[in-house]
Design a binder for this molecule. Structure first.
Ligand code: FES
Length: 571
């Protein structure tokens, strides 16, 4: 029997007799009906995240067949293995809490099973960052394949796509503009195909980031889930992965300071999800790269928003694909990018740009001379309320609210918010700032997408569409409004956000990148001293690991012990 260090011969199960381990493994693998010729091939593992709790991945059986075709045609053996799957709306308290669990599962199963390269098949919000984090740490050649976006549908002639339109209709329902019957019918039309949310939400943002980092085939991020091209991309991905066997082009060689900066540029240029900054920080942290939020501001000032997609603009992901996709966007940003970054196909980003389509729909992918906005979509705010930063998606916010001082109306928890936001007796005015505390990464809530605080019903019914809202929570990439998120450090870890009281004045200046609590330091210190000591029962299992290891938003909410050793231990 050949002693192979690839394929089935990798990483033998330890029975104290290597020859016996090989013999037993081959015997058991044969029981799955593979021929000797197949079992002698190198192996491409395919990480499958289909799940009955993940609507976005419901087409994966067909997509994975395409990947297998590509792997077989390239002379390797495809073996599919399941991992944790995270269906965004099916997880409690929030999918982010389990992203690190999925990354650990992915990393360990890549490492523990005998494979020579891996295809990561994901899509729904947290799945792609989890897979990339795991693959970067596992150190094996890897290629990402995404689900592709959902296609839009229609309701009474109006185009609908999850989930900006979900929120828009819900806001109108709360304001009394849409009735019970309508909202029930809209509910059935928002998400009608397989694939990920149809707008520039987190899934779309992370698909584009994966392509820009160089971890996917060129032009593959925006192709719709139901398009035949998606299957051809699956086949191509299988071939690419097989071609990487034996290569040292591992994810850690592709995710570099320069490719991460490219990804940040593009995150800004697409008006990407605020979650994108957390996930990119976590992925970069696995190779020891720390994202500097001051640098994000510098990049933001010199990067125009060029993609006109909801929630910042008008169109949907399928339109981005038809307009020329990511390659057309990169061609437009060429002079702002590091062109020498490698990709999984062996081409550099610059070489990919050479092959960008010549026809581009400029209503979706704007020319640099006619940007959607001249500056990037995200901005970091600093100040005594957010010493380590807070994020505002200015491209999805109301600029008339950018330079304001307002009175704080404070909700101390998600339960408090739910109980009082629609109370007719709530003392709140349109110019007030709504503040939500204890919804950050170290809170029991585990940083849900609750930063999009609803406009109090009384004000919504009076026509108020936007207010300044501040929290240590996150926001769905599909949401919109003047919403300050990821306030760091968070309230539950003793951050100043937890010291805000009803009636305090808060100053927001997007121009100056400031978020200030206008309360004297002596008073803040007094509140700090008089705050009751936080007491939470010691958890068990994964909750305990989460409690002990979770990092703040500016560290990507990764677990301390999963970061690269050069970063681990940072506070
Ligand atoms: Fe899966 Fe939106 S619910 S991407």
């Amino acid at each position: 029997m050949k002693d192979k260090s690839e394929g089935l011969g990798r990483g033998l199960t330890n029975y104290g007799d290597r020859a016996f381990s090989r013999y037993l493994r081959r015997s058991f693998a044969s029981s799955m009906g593979y021929s000797r010729e197949m079992l002698d091939r190198p192996i491409v593992g395919i990480a499958d995240t289909r799940s009955g709790f993940n609507n976005c991945h419901r087409h994966f059986p067909e997509l994975i067949e395409a990947v297998k075709r590509g792997v077989l045609a390239a002379g390797a053996l495809p073996l599919v293995f399941p991992t944790v799957s995270l269906g965004e709306v099916f997880l409690s308290p929030t999918s982010l809490k389990f992203r690190n669990l999925m990354s650990m599962d992915t990393e360990e199963m890549i490492r523990a099973q005998p494979m020579d390269a891996v295809v990561l098949v994901g899509g729904c919000d947290k799945t792609v960052p989890a897979q990339l984090m795991g693959a970067v740490s596992a150190g094996l050649p890897a290629v990402q394949l995404v689900a592709g976006p959902m296609s839009t549908s229609r309701y009474r002639g109006e185009r609908l796509g999850a989930c900006t339109d979900c929120r828009r209709f819900w806001g109108r329902y709360r304001a009394g503009e849409v009735g019970d019957d309508d909202i029930r019918q809209v509910e059935g039309r928002l998400a009608t195909t397989a694939g990920t949310c149809a707008v520039m939400g987190t899934a779309s943002t992370m698909a584009i980031i994966a392509e820009v980092l160089g971890m996917m085939p060129a032009g593959s991020a925006a192709v719709p889930a139901v398009d035949a091209e998606r299957l051809r991309i699956g086949e191509e991905t299988g071939r690419i992965a097989a071609g990487l066997i034996g290569s040292d082009l591992t994810p850690a060689k592709i995710v570099t300071e320069r490719s991460v900066e490219n990804a940040l540029r593009v995150l800004l240029a697409i008006g990407g999800s605020t979650n994108g900054i957390i996930h990119l920080t976590a992925i970069a942290g696995r190779v020891g790269i720390r994202i500097d939020l001051d640098r994000l501001n510098q990049l933001s000032d010199t990067t125009p928003v060029l993609i006109d997609l909801k929630p910042s603009g008008q169109h949907y992901m399928e339109d981005l694909d038809a307009a020329g996709g990511v390659p057309a966007l990169l061609a437009e940003l060429r002079d702002l990018l590091h062109l020498d970054c490698p990709t999984v196909t062996g081409e550099t980003i610059g070489e990919r740009i050479e092959q960008a389509p010549s026809w581009v729909d400029r209503s979706v992918i704007r020319a640099r001379t006619e940007p959607v906005t001249p500056q990037g979509g995200l901005v970091t705010l600093f100040g005594n309320l957010a010493p380590r930063g807070a994020i505002l998606k200015r491209s999805a916010a109301d600029p008339t609210l950018f330079e304001r001082t307002g009175r704080a109306v404070v909700f101390t928890s998600l339960a408090d918010l739910a109980q009082r936001i629609d109370d007719p007796a709530l003392d709140v005015q349109p110019d007030d700032f709504l503040v939500l505390q204890h919804a950050g990464p170290t809170s029991e809530a585990a940083m849900p997408e609750a930063g999009y605080l609803p406009i109090p019903t009384r004000l919504a019914r009076a026509g108020v569409k936007d207010m300044v809202r501040i929290s240590d929570a996150r926001m769905s990439g599909t949401a919109f409004g003047t919403i300050v998120l990821h306030v760091t450090p968070d309230a539950a870890s003793g951050g100043p956000l937890g010291l805000v009281r009803d009636g305090d004045r808060i100053r927001l200046s997007v121009a100056e990148r400031r978020l200030e609590l206008l309360v004297p330091e002596e008073e803040l210190e007094r509140r700090r001293q008089s705050a009751p000591a936080a007491s939470r029962p010691v958890a068990r299992g994964y909750d305990r690991l989460y409690q002990e290891q979770i990092l703040q938003a500016d560290e990507g909410c990764d677990f301390r012990f999963l970061q690269a050793p050069s970063l681990a231990g940072g506070g």
